[in-house]
Structure formats: structure tokens, C-alpha cells
Design a protein around this ligand. Structure first.
Ligand SMILES: [Cu+2]
Length: 628
């Protein structure tokens, strides 16, 4: 029997699709948007884990291309039946990889597109790429309201293997009905003029310079790795957790616990990325529609790419495959989707005493990672576990920026940076919403906002040296809407007021807020209304099984955010209960010339650190390293 949180296998995906086809008449004219494990609720999990109950369920979203109507099914794999069937009027399910490819092929073969390209002197269609984007409702032309619409950029490679995103066909944007896969119209603002002379290549054979020399650097663990993997259960240096995966979040970490002496203590029930919002901040005709939801529209799981040893990951690597599916409901395996390995992490702790000499411990960390390629961009995600009880979540953004031609030769755009001769990369932001279902020593937790405050001069502190920390419990969802406050060095603590450490204080984990930045969007703007979740650094909600997506279940062509802002409108109590934290962080990307033609990884991270979870440094028992 698989563990109840193990992702669907290829056979289970096939079975779920077959049941829906058989019982609900889902035929050839339909697409499957998503097929995933319906994760058991927290309440049901213990009975399923112990075997007292059984049952595997799948959650399936599909739609009929003929009438555009979408449905969400709960499928009992154990019972071989559809147990729930919900009509989703007015909703557009996530985009599918098949639509992206079919759209690219249709566009490149369309006579009207070929004519437009011909006027620009482009006749080799094999070097053209039609990159389809999803819309927000506010930008879909009125005449197409209610239809499933994509709009495209067209790009042209300088050579057969040249950078597909180096030569933008500025002003040329096909608009497509994705259900009928017909070209509705072409925006073509071509005024004449040649393609700018850019050096947009990154393959060694296409570079104008020679490669520098780099000495070999190898990492070896001659006695093997320090972790054990039993199915999806991973154990390392007192940490224990279970690995999950789905089409939308990609890697999910379940049941994260720390072995503290005889006790396996819970830290988190579930950690994942639930949304990514990428508004481009340039109103020009080429860029105003770019408000991407890389998780809600495209899915980090669908976009997860295979990793290769020695390049993506260095050292003794263990890989796990992942299984997603295509829009016909057929399973698709991503080999080497998840990487597990240990890394040296510099000094863990050290002191030099004149008698005892130097006492040093080296730190190591367990890294769980995946890479997602969302068209031109790559997101590299690293969850890192440390010996001192800390968890670090790092994101690296790399890949190729969207660019277009400057308005006139020599002009400098206000909303972007010129990155090569005659082209600029518009400013944009990558907001990531991490869904952190912490269970610190059990589910009943309270989040405290911790503000540092300086003392006022006078009284018994004439030098005004005192610093106090005001810890205020967040009691309702309205109070749980939190913004970073630099003046107070603000942080948040997730505390279990029902469990004390050996010092008599309540145990907790601190969310160390880094990489947070304000949305800088007008609250009335369509981009913000569709993604109001990015309006705060932190949201806190009571755990609900069906509250998963902070910008709504179906952000494709959505007009407003039906996730966090809607749920928290009820202002439910969040004190001493099972809380979920939604942390908004990411990259405020003021584009640089150095980000072109391929961007050196931009690195951001946040930390979860034990705060009174242990009675002292939990890494005192780490042994010294061997001297050489
Ligand atoms: Cu960026």
C-alpha cells in the first residue's frame, strides 16, 4: 500500500481519466487540465496511515472544448467511480502544455502570419516561435468575452540553435481561440525597419568570445550519503519528512518533523509554493497584457524539467522521477525531477579559546530541489534543512528576460532598461506565495508579530539603551494581514502556547522575513485586483482542506482574486488553532544589462528558525571533522 500522501502513479492517472471518460462522457473533444492526488484532510490522515481506513482519491479538472464548460471531479480510485462532479461555470482551468504546442504550430502555419512575417523579411518558419500567454479578464477584448483566449509573442532565432528569445518581432501579436485553435486576429504595428543588431546568444559555439578556464571542483562522499529514503520518507540528521509532488506546486514537503531525543516533534504539516504572480510594469502594446501566474496558469509541476548530474547538482545525488500528464489524460514521466543531496555549508559554530584552542564544527545541509522552466524563465527552488533546526527556502531566477525593440533608435524607455543595441527589458516583479502549514509541536498554534522597539530616555535607562520586543498575538484573519516593517525589524513567530520548553517558555518557530517587497501597484489596477494576495507580506488563515490557491482556484482570465482576500473576509479566529501562513516574497526585477542575454541567477530566500523550540543550541552534538 502506498502512503496516503504519495503522488498519483502513472497507472492511477490513467485510471482516473478512464473513470471520468466512462462515467461522464468525457470524450475526444475534451481536455484534462489537471489530475492529482486528492490529499486526505489532516483529520482523516491518521486513520489512513495506520491502515484502519483505506481509499485513494483523485481530483480531476477537465473541460469540453465544444462549449467551454469546465468540471471538477472527485474520483474514487479504490471504488472505481466518480464520487463528485462539480460544474464550474465561467471558469477557465489552467493552461496546458498541449495548447501551447498546438498554438505554436497553428500560428507558424497560418497564411496571415506567414504574410506578416514575410513583410519583415522572415521566410524560414522553422526559426519562428509563437509563445502563447494567458490573459487576465480585463485585457481580453470585449468581443471575445467568455472564450478561452491566448495571445502570443513571435520570436525569431538568429540560427537553428540560436536563442529563441533573442529577436522579438515587436508589434506582432496573434490572438487565438484556444478551444477551436483558430487565429482570431493579428495585431501588427510593423512600421518598417530592420531587426536590431544584438548579441543574444549563450551557446558556446555561438559566442563571440573564447571560454575562460576553470579548474575542476569535485565533491565526493566516499562512504555514501548521510540520508535514507524509504519510498517518499526521507530521514537525515534528526530531520524526517515526506516528499510529495503535483502538477501545480511541483515539490511538496509533508509532515516535517525533528527527532529530539525520544520524541519525533512536528514542525510543519505541509510546505509548498502556492502561487507566483509576475506583473510586467510597462503599459506599451507589447507588454501591457503580461500578468503571468506561473503556478495558477501553467503549474510548476507541469513545468518541472529533468536535472542532470554534475551540472544542475554536484556531489552524491539521489533523483526522484515525477509523473504529470498531458491534456488527453495520459501520464507523462519527468525523469530526475527532484534532486536530494547533502552539501557542505561552511562553519556551523566555532570558538577559539587560549587554553582549549579552536573548536570548530562544519555545517552541512540537506537540499531538496527542482527546476521549472516557464517559457523564457527558469525558477530553481531549494528547500534546505540544517543541523541546527533551521529551514531555508531559496529561489533562483534565471533564463532569458522578455525584451522588445525601443520605440525609436537611441530612445530610453521609462519602464525598462536598454540591455542591448535597440532592445530593452521591461521592469517586472516575481511575487511568490509560499504556503506554510506549520504545526509546531502539534496543530494548535498562534502567530505573534514581533516588533523591536527602542527605549525612551529616562527612568532607570538614562542612556536610552534598552531594546524591547513587543510580541502581539494575531487573533483574527484581519490582524493576520501583515506587512513588513523595517522600522521595527519585524518578524513573526509561530508559537505553541500549549507546549513549554525546559526554560518554561512556549515553543516556537520564527519566520525570518527576507526578500519581501511592496507591490507598488494601484489597488484599483486590473493586475492588482486579480492578485490581491500580493498586497501583504504575510497572511494567516485557519487550516481548511480546500483553501489551497491564494489567487483563486482558476486565475486564468480571472477578474479578481477569489483566494486569500475572499477567505480572510470572514475574519475567522486564528488564535491557538491550526494555522496556515502565506508568505509573499520574491524578486523585484529592475532589469540590468548584465541580465542579458541569459540572466545570472538572482537569489532570494527566507528562513524558518527554531525560537525556543529547543532548550539550547541543538547542534552541540555535531562531531568535529577529520583534520587533514
Ligand atoms: Cu525577472
Amino acid at each position: 500500500m502506498p502512503h496516503p500522501l504519495e503522488p498519483l502513479t502513472a497507472d492511477e492517472i490513467r485510471q482516473a481519466a478512464a473513470i471520468v471518460r466512462r462515467e461522464r462522457g468525457v470524450g475526444d473533444g475534451w481536455r484534462f487540465a489537471s489530475i492529482e492526488l486528492k490529499e486526505p484532510s489532516k483529520a482523516d490522515l491518521p486513520a489512513l496511515e495506520s491502515g484502519r481506513r483505506s481509499g485513494r482519491e483523485a481530483l480531476v479538472v477537465c473541460w469540453n472544448r465544444a462549449d467551454g464548460q469546465a468540471y471538477r471531479a472527485v474520483v474514487s480510485l479504490t471504488g472505481d467511480a466518480v464520487s463528485g462532479w462539480e460544474h464550474l461555470p465561467g471558469q477557465q482551468p489552467n493552461m496546458t502544455v498541449d495548447e501551447w504546442h498546438e498554438c505554436d504550430e497553428m500560428i507558424r502555419a497560418h497564411p496571415a502570419v506567414i504574410e506578416s512575417l514575410g513583410r519583415r523579411g522572415i521566410t524560414d518558419l522553422s526559426r519562428v516561435l509563437a509563445d502563447m500567454w494567458a490573459y487576465g479578464a480585463a485585457f481580453v477584448p470585449e468581443r471575445y468575452a467568455g472564450r478561452r483566449i491566448g495571445w502570443c509573442d513571435l520570436w525569431f532565432r538568429g540560427s537553428e540553435l540560436g536563442n529563441p528569445y533573442a529577436h522579438h518581432l515587436t508589434g506582432l501579436h496573434p490572438v487565438v481561440d484556444l478551444n477551436t485553435m483558430e487565429l482570431l486576429e493579428i495585431e501588427d504595428n510593423y512600421q518598417g525597419g530592420a531587426d536590431p543588431e544584438v548579441m543574444g546568444e549563450y551557446l558556446p559555439d555561438l559566442l563571440p568570445m573564447r571560454l575562460r578556464s576553470v579548474a575542476p571542483l569535485e565533491v565526493s562522499q566516499p562512504e555514501g550519503v548521510g540520508f535514507t529514503l524509504d519510498g517518499t520518507l526521507l530521514s537525515w540528521q534528526n530531520w524526517q519528512l515526506r516528499l510529495g509532488f503535483n502538477h501545480r506546486e511541483s515539490l511538496v514537503l509533508h509532515q516535517v518533523g525533528f527527532q529530539d531525543g525520544e520524541r519525533l516533534r512536528s514542525v510543519a504539516h505541509r510546505l509548498s509554493f502556492a502561487e507566483m504572480v509576475v506583473p510586467y510594469r510597462d503599459a506599451s502594446p507589447d507588454h501591457y497584457r503580461r500578468t503571468a501566474f506561473d503556478i495558477g496558469e501553467w503549474g510548476l509541476g507541469f513545468m518541472t524539467t529533468s536535472l542532470s548530474l554534475g551540472c544542475d547538482c554536484l556531489g552524491e545525488i539521489t533523483y526522484l522521477d515525477a509523473v504529470v500528464h498531458d491534456s488527453r489524460g495520459e501520464p507523462v514521466t519527468i525523469p530526475n525531477a527532484i534532486c536530494i543531496h547533502e552539501e557542505d555549508s561552511g562553519v556551523l559554530w566555532k570558538h577559539v579559546d587560549e587554553r582549549a584552542g579552536a573548536e570548530v564544527r562544519r555545517a552541512r545541509r540537506l537540499v531538496l530541489s527542482f527546476h521549472a522552466t516557464v517559457a523564457n524563465y527558469e525558477y530553481l527552488v531549494y528547500w534546505r534543512f540544517y543541523q541546527d533546526g533551521s529551514i531555508e527556502c531559496e529561489v533562483r531566477a534565471t533564463g532569458i528576460m522578455v525584451t522588445s525593440h525601443v520605440a525609436a533608435p537611441g530612445s530610453r524607455p521609462a519602464n525598462g532598461t536598454v540591455v542591448d543595441h535597440g532592445i530593452y527589458a521591461p521592469f517586472h516583479q516575481h511575487f511568490i506565495v509560499a504556503r506554510l502549514d506549520l504545526d509546531v509541536d502539534g496543530p494548535s498554534n498562534t502567530v505573534y508579530v514581533c516588533d523591536s522597539r527602542p527605549a525612551a530616555p529616562g527612568g532607570d535607562d538614562p542612556y536610552a539603551l534598552g531594546l524591547t520586543v513587543a510580541s502581539t498575538p494575531l487573533r483574527t484573519e484581519a490582524e493576520g494581514r501583515q506587512d513588513y516593517d523595517w522600522a521595527a525589524a519585524r518578524s513573526w513567530k509561530v508559537v505553541n502556547d500549549n507546549a513549554a520548553n525546559g526554560l518554561g517558555t512556549a515553543v516556537g518557530y520564527k519566520l525570518v522575513p527576507s526578500a519581501a517587497f511592496p507591490p507598488l501597484l494601484d489597488p484599483a489596477s486590473p493586475a492588482f485586483r486579480r492578485a490581491r494576495a500580493i498586497g501583504h507580506t504575510l497572511w494567516v488563515t485557519p487550516y481548511r482542506e480546500d483553501e489551497r490557491w491564494p489567487c483563486g482556484d482558476f486565475p486564468v482570465q480571472a477578474a479578481c482574486d477569489t483566494g486569500l482576500p475572499a477567505w480572510t473576509g470572514a475574519d475567522r479566529p486564528i488564535e491557538n488553532t491550526d494555522v496556515v501562513l502565506w508568505y509573499v516574497f520574491g524578486i523585484h526585477h529592475i532589469t540590468r544589462p548584465e541580465d542579458w542575454p541569459v540572466m545570472p541567477a538572482d537569489i532570494v530566500s527566507f528562513w524558518l528558525k527554531p525560537f525556543g523550540f529547543f532548550d539550547r543550541n541543538p547542534a552541540l552534538d555535531v562531531p568535529p571533522s577529520h583534520h587533514h
